[in-house]
Design a protein around this ligand. Structure first.
Ligand SMILES: Cc1ncc(COP(=O)(O)O)c(C=O)c1O
Length: 404
């Protein structure tokens, strides 16, 4: 598809007719094309959290004595947004915390192995290595090509499973490669072998209408990414026979309880981000609509991806299209010109250059020695954001690659 064949969707407006970005507070000195890394919180949710913090500081004693009870109510609003029964879901500060809780809880035996893929988020992989080392086991990494279809992913992951496998860790939406994996199919195959599965759904809430897949096992998802909750808000869902092993990262006063109530007792921790999360979900539903976000992300993501990749291809003569097998609407991957961002260090340098010199926030990733540009789309993005990137940044990156 060429960009001339693409239609740009009209930029979204607030109900008052202002640009959608006026519901957020990001600096207008930058163009924000990296929602996927750290999210962005609507002003309404920021304000709600500030009010909660004021109430907390007005009388810390009352606040903290009632915190566990408040948290139980907070969980209900978040479970509704995720479409999961509240008794299956606990809150944690981030996907990393949810993953660590699962790693620390499962009854690994000596020699236990963890199976994952070469697309796994680096910190999640490091945690798996730590647990495997602790139990004198190892991590087996399925090498999944970027363009693998669902059937091939299942085959490659399950080929790494053996009688020593104590856990499969699989991304629902990958970070460096911005693609989906067939998590339900992998969980079904794993269940037949009695192997628990941990699904890393860090990017799924907001992106998928039903982000928690129908499977038995563990799922973690960040609410502070596409769902726009204040940062430090994530969910851990547990179903099936292995759930009884789950213990929270913070024991505090949760010891008489089991999952998920055992996670409701977090000691003297500021959980105002969790309590203001539903404000973000409700504000976006009321002012734009979550289904509307998803269809906007599909059309604008498509437009932005093609306009940028076509600009690269035209300048370099290389195909900038990255075939990711199972794509994701609001996260798009574009192949950078040969020689750029081929190592993690280089990818950080290219990202910093794009931010410092051209005022665009993006994610630059490296996979299999190839550099990629990952572009996000949210309600506040407009076609002009991607057009400006294609016009101002792509020629500079093409020149940089030639000089490399
Ligand atoms: C796939 C994936 N898993 C886990 C994480 C960790 O998220 P957090 O830093 O919020 O714990 C990220 C962060 O970007 C991610 O992309």
């Amino acid at each position: 598809m060429t960009s001339s064949a693409l239609t740009a969707p009209p930029a979204l407006l607030t109900p008052e007719g202002a640009p959608a970005i006026s519901d957020w507070s990001m600096t207008d000195g930058k163009i924000h094309l990296n929602h996927g890394s750290y999210g962005a919180v609507p002003v309404a949710a920021q304000q709600h959290q500030l009010e909660l913090k004021e109430a907390m500081d007005a009388n810390p004693c009352t606040w903290f004595m009632g915190q566990a009870a408040t948290l139980a109510t907070t969980r209900i609003g978040i479970a509704e947004f995720l479409h999961v029964p509240v008794e299956d879901m606990a809150l944690v500060t981030n996907a990393s915390a949810g993953v660590t809780a699962v790693y620390n809880s499962l009854p690994f035996t000596p020699g236990a192995e963890i199976v994952t893929t070469n697309h796994t988020y680096g910190a999640v992989l490091e945690g798996a290595q730590r647990i495997a080392r602790k139990h004198s086991g190892r991590v087996r990494i399925a090498q999944v090509p970027l363009d693998a279809d669902a059937a091939l992913v299942v085959e490659l992951v399950m080929a790494q499973v053996n009688p020593q496998t104590a856990l499969i860790v699989i991304d629902q939406i990958t970070s460096a490669t911005a693609r989906r994996f067939p998590v339900v199919e992998i969980a079904a195959a794993a269940k037949k072998l009695g192997v628990p599965v941990l699904v890393d759904g860090a990017h799924a809430p907001g992106v998928l209408a039903d982000p928690v897949p129908d499977f038995e096992g563990f799922w973690v998802g960040n609410l502070h990414k596409f769902a726009c909750a204040p940062r430090g808000t994530a969910a851990l869902v547990a179903r099936g026979p292995f759930r009884r092993h789950l213990t929270p990262l913070i024991d505090s006063w949760g010891f008489p309880y089991v999952f998920p109530e055992s996670f409701d007792h977090v000691g003297t921790q500021d959980i105002t981000s969790w309590m203001a999360a539903a404000t973000a979900f409700e504000t976006i539903e009321r002012r734009f609509g979550w289904d509307n976000f998803r269809s906007y992300a599909a059309s604008l993501g498509n437009y932005g991806q093609h306009i940028v990749q076509d600009a690269f291809s035209a300048l370099t003569g290389e195909d900038a299209q990255a075939n990711v097998g199972m794509p994701v609407d609001p996260l798009r991957l574009i192949r950078l010109p040969r020689g750029l961002a081929t190592t993690h260090e280089d990818s950080h340098a290219v990202r910093a250059l794009i931010s410092d010199r051209f005022d665009f926030e993006t994610a630059i990733t490296t996979f299999d020695g190839v550099g990629y540009l990952r572009l996000s789309t949210h309600l506040y993005n407009t076609p002009a954001d991607y057009e400006a990137f294609a016009e101002r940044v792509v020629p500079e990156l093409a020149t940089l690659a030639r000089e490399h």
